[in-house]
Design a protein around this ligand. Structure first.
Ligand code: ZN
Length: 64
């Protein structure tokens, strides 16, 4: 197995990690209540999807 000959420099490590960024999660606004929801998933606020209520709304653990 190939082994690195030299220790990766701080600058190389940092410039590589500088390109690693978090991106915001894609959301769609619920046509029933307008709350942001994940696409293709029943709305966490009112539980509706494609014009039907599939289940009771859940309280998101991060929501206040
Ligand atoms: Zn909704």
């Amino acid at each position: 197995m190939a082994l690195p000959k030299y220790k990766t420099s701080r600058a190389n490590t940092h410039s590589r990690r500088a390109n690693w960024k978090a991106t915001a999660t894609a959301t769609v606004s619920c046509p029933n209540c307008g709350a942001p929801a994940l696409p293709h998933v029943a709305c966490p606020s009112c539980g509706s999807f494609r014009g039907r209520i599939y289940r009771e709304a859940i309280r998101h653990p991060h929501a206040k």
